[in-house]
Write a protein that binds this ligand. Structure first.
Ligand code: FEO
Length: 405
């Protein structure tokens, strides 16, 4: 074992290929938006050999452990190349310090990477721009580069080591959650990992579902024994399952079930949401996920909406407009291009109706993308008996539309 400060967490994932990433249990929200209850890992890999090749780096505020592991593995030998699969700073954040510590290093990316290297870190030379499908031989290890534009940025690419059949997939197949001892998929809880991988996909990559499908076609053409992503565990056992799930998510294929999202200031709209939920449950809909839009982190709300075939929005009016947290959700759903599910609407107001109108406009703007389930409900102040009957009817119709368990 290496005798170096914190070098003990070097993990050999394949012959002469080492995980040297960092676990972040301190950042509250990824990209300042998406909550991280169990942290996140920034995976970096070193291929050690005739030439020493680093695959991606880590976020700058978590470089200490990473640099110690890198130095321990190199043991005084030079770092020759850094493969820059993606320039988002959770992966490129240590580039500047790497080039200062290892002045002979060359960076490998593409033309778009080179432009971003200049803009982010002032790197103007020692950048090799490869073409899509090009390969480089590093003496004993070859890497083939496949562009994956918009998964997640325009310069994104993946690297494939054909001898060991390893795909370094960067954001693709990556998930939230720090590595908690388990580094491979068969060492961690599969269901939890899939949930956090889906939450990463929906919120980080989801807008680019079509480019993701194209990238998956390239992945399908490869013979893979190990997927080494830039977040989450390394896939060695359930490679086929995670590729299949990614294909399903990128096709917007849903599971049977419903999500109810409500925005309520004093509980009146919540009462309507609860009545609709109960009605769906009585009709056999299962699962039903209910979110209070003022409290649930948006990343869980969007992930559930992505997953299930039915959505009910119940929301109050606020200052003659749709309640702001719900307006934020609708904007996010449009940004992600999420449609193709059944939707029910319930708006409330006391003196100036706006919520139902704005939510209806959201559905109309989709041009038939969302399938509206009747009745559209509008409630003044507090749901009375007639309103609750309408809620029951909406629940029954939604159950009918999405099919029962
Ligand atoms: Fe994990 Fe797009 O960065």
């Amino acid at each position: 074992m290496l005798e170096n400060y914190n070098a003990g967490n070097v993990i050999e994932v394949a012959d002469s290929v080492f995980w040297i990433g960092s676990n972040d249990r301190e950042t509250d929200k990824f990209e300042g938006l998406w909550t991280l209850p169990m942290g996140v890992a920034y995976n970096s890999y070193l291929i050690r050999g005739e030439k020493n090749v680093l695959i991606d780096t880590v976020k700058s505020s978590f470089m200490d452990d990473f640099l110690c592991r890198l130095a321990a593995l190199l043991d005084g030998k030079p770092l020759d190349y850094v493969i820059v699969n993606h320039m988002e700073p959770d992966h490129s954040g240590s580039i500047d310090i790497i080039r200062r510590l290892y002045p002979g290093v060359e960076f490998v990316g593409n033309a778009k990477t080179a432009e971003m290297m200049k803009n982010f870190y002032g790197v103007r030379d020692r950048v090799i721009a490869v073409k899509d499908g090009e390969s480089l031989d590093f003496g004993g290890h070859k890497l083939v580069f496949a562009f994956a534009p918009m998964v997640h940025w325009p310069e994104s690419m993946v690297s494939y080591e054909p001898n060991l059949k390893i795909l370094f997939s960067n954001d693709i197949f990556g998930g939230f959650g720090a590595l908690e001892g388990g580094v491979f998929d068969d060492e961690v809880n599969f269901d939890w990992t899939v949930r956090e991988t889906m939450r990463y996909y929906v919120n980080i990559v989801g807008r680019y579902a079509k480019p993701a499908s194209k990238a998956l076609e390239k992945v399908r053409s490869l013979d893979i024994s190990l997927i080494c992503p830039a977040h989450g565990p390394i896939w060695r056992k359930d490679i086929e399952k995670i590729i299949g799930l990614y294909e399903k998510w990128s096709r917007h294929e849903t599971d049977r079930g419903a999500v109810v999202v409500y925005g309520s200031m004093y509980g009146n709209t919540k009462a309507a949401a609860d009545a609709i939920s109960r009605s769906m449950s009585v009709e056999g809909v299962n699962p039903i996920q209910v979110h209070d839009i003022s409290r649930s982190n948006m990343s869980f709300v969007t992930t559930d909406i992505w997953r299930y075939s039915g959505l009910v929005l119940a929301c109050c009016t606020y200052n003659m407009e749709l309640y702001p947290p719900m307006a934020g959700l609708l904007r996010l759903l449009e940004n992600k291009g999420m449609t193709g599910r059944h939707i029910g609407l319930c708006g409330t107001y006391s003196w100036a109706s706006a919520a139902l109108r704005e939510m209806s406009e959201f559905v109309d703007r989709s041009g038939g993308g969302w399938t509206l389930v009747e009745p559209k409900i509008e409630i003044k102040s507090h749901p009375g008996e007639a309103d609750l009957e309408q809620c029951g009817l909406l629940g029954r119709n939604m159950a009918e539309a999405i099919g029962k368990k």
